[in-house]
Design a protein around this ligand. Structure first.
Ligand SMILES: NC(=O)c1ccc[n+]([C@@H]2O[C@H](COP(=O)([O-])OP(=O)(O)OC[C@H]3O[C@@H](n4cnc5c(N)ncnc54)[C@H](O)[C@@H]3O)[C@@H](O)[C@H]2O)c1
Length: 308
């Protein structure tokens, strides 16, 4: 997002991140200047957040706990990292007069509806994970702040996002495992979990598309490809792209990958498509591209380490 925003010659960007899951290295190529500022901070530090947000036209709030399974071990994690963190962002915006927010929510708000396609008006919204509950709680506060304090908000509920700079996710996990043990792969669940995978470039296109097109007080959009792929397919794609053979794949069994997982997700994207947005890549293309990009990044990292 930072790279994309800085393409606009008159844009200035401040990144506020505690780097709990992101990497500072993703920003090393951007020279510090009047147009780019990096603040290492935590969204739970409301004072620093307020100091940092003032003076901006728009906030892109993309931070959250990335690990859905961790909600089972620590049920307050998503309350803090999703609901409280988002409330802090909204409060900082209210106090400093920033009036536009883009928030990345997720399909977790819909709960497990057995693969039924969910449009943005689907209900009741009954999350089955702390992560989903956290996103729904965050959305609720965004809506209330939007109505009460005139903060225009854009809530996106994307499919699984893939790309070069992933630090988690199914393909990232498979690459990590196979880099360490090239003959063996552990797969959570039965491999038949089936979801849409969206390349990050398509997500960014969707965000800017909606920002340019709609101006309701609260705007909610699903963003996904129209197809879906299974985890077993992803395992084969990673093995093939890494040039491996004779890999023993061990499926842990059960339909879900972890407690709170929704094994079959189908997002209805008619609303955003009616405006003319369509992704460049379907799920299999997005996944293959992301696998190649992640492997390139790993190779570059290894090459840099060897050169030191
Ligand atoms: N990755 C997906 O498949 C997916 C799907 C749907 C929605 N989302 C949502 O999109 C957003 C981005 O996801 P991602 O996969 O790029 O995650 P990510 O972990 O790569 O990015 C989130 C960033 O927020 C930072 N962060 C986390 N907690 C913070 C805190 N308390 N204070 C300051 N910074 C903090 C992390 O260091 C990281 O740089 C998240 O809100 C996520 O829930 C992701």
């Amino acid at each position: 997002m930072t790279d994309r925003l800085l393409l606009g010659p008159s844009n200035s960007v401040t990144v506020f991140d505690n780097f709990s899951s992101g990497e500072t290295g993703f920003l090393h190529h951007i020279p510090r200047s009047e147009r780019f500022q990096l603040i290492m901070g935590d969204l739970l530090d409301s004072k620093l957040l307020q100091q940092s947000i003032g003076g901006h036209d728009i906030v892109f709030h993309f931070a959250s706990n990335p690990n859905i399974a961790r909600g089972a071990e620590d049920p307050t994690l998503d309350l803090q990292q999703s609901v409280v963190a988002t409330h802090n962002v909204l409060e900082a915006m209210r106090h400093t007069g920033v009036r536009k927010l883009v928030f990345l929510s997720g399909s977790g708000v819909y709960g497990d509806v057995g693969g039924k396609p969910t449009d943005e008006d689907f209900g009741p919204l009954l999350p089955v994970s702390m992560y989903g509950a956290g996103k729904l709680g965050a959305e609720a506060f965004i809506s209330a702040f939007a109505q009460m304090f005139e903060i225009r908000s854009y809530i996106f509920r994307p499919a699984n996002i893939v790309g070069a700079r992933q630090t988690h996710g199914v393909a990232f996990d498979f690459i990590k495992q196979l880099s360490a043990h090239p003959a063996h792969l552990e797969v959570l669940g039965d491999g038949r979990q089936s979801k849409s995978y969206l390349h990050v470039d398509d997500l960014l296109d969707a965000i800017f598309f909606v920002l340019a097109m709609v101006e309701e007080r609260v705007n909610v959009y699903n963003v996904a490809t129209q197809d879906a792929i299974e985890v077993a397919w992803i395992a084969r794609a990673v093995i093939e792209t890494m040039g491996l053979s004779d890999v023993q794949i061990n499926y842990a069994g059960g339909s879900k990958g972890w407690p709170g997982d929704v094994p079959v997700v189908r997002l209805n994207t008619d609303k955003i498509r009616r405006f003319g947005w369509t992704p460049k890549y379907d799920s299999s293309q997005a996944m293959k591209l992301a696998i190649t990009q992640m492997l390139d990044r790993l190779r570059q990292g290894t090459a840099q380490q060897e050169a030191r």
